[in-house]
Design a protein around this ligand. Sequence first.
Ligand code: C5P
Length: 220
Amino acid sequence: FAPQPFENVNLLLTAGPTREAIDPVRYISNHSSGKMGFALAQAASEMGAKVTLVSGPVNLSTPLGVTRIDVDSAAEMHAAVMQHVNHQDIFIGCAAVADYRIANIATRKLKKSSSDTMTLDLVKNPDILASVANLTPKPFTVGFAAETQDVVHYAKDKLMRKKLDMIAANDVSQPELGFNADNNALCVIWDDGQQMLPTTDKYTLAKQLLSLIADKRLNE
Ligand code: C5P
């Protein structure tokens, strides 16, 4: 029988959205379903990896054999990733992490005021992917880029800026792909090459992306 591509490989990944609390009953979030990250976790596990999945709030069941850690906010996701990143061979940042959080979370439900406008102060969240990419030694680090224009241009910039080993870019302006869809298409970019993975279901795409990761990681 063929050896498993990820035998003895530890793989950590993030998936889903984050929720940034405004007060005890409200939050800011996004449309990420977590489907791409969960497909990656399932496929990686089937390819022999020991998978740890740090997930934001999603309606998906945990793939067989995968260790799942549930978090809400970007700060919690960052803490969970930093706690588990030691001894990881591969890190994939698939979560749609909120770039900002509320500066001062209200301890009581905010009341409607007489004013027609209200302002929320936001502060920047830690960049989880960049934090992992800055570790020494670091796992083979893969990011996602959801762009609506100049997809490849911005993805290449992100690869360099965040010191990633690979980036998978998807065009979220196409309504039938990306967020919450069952299908996706990716343009995968690394330091000296790129490959298009055309539209297919997220599980098939996950296996194709993981095969590329397996190849490039060994050629580093
Ligand atoms: O810069 P941008 O947010 O577009 O980069 C997207 C990539 O960075 C994704 O892989 C996402 O999971 C990761 N990211 C992160 N922490 C953040 C913001 C983005 O890990 N705070």
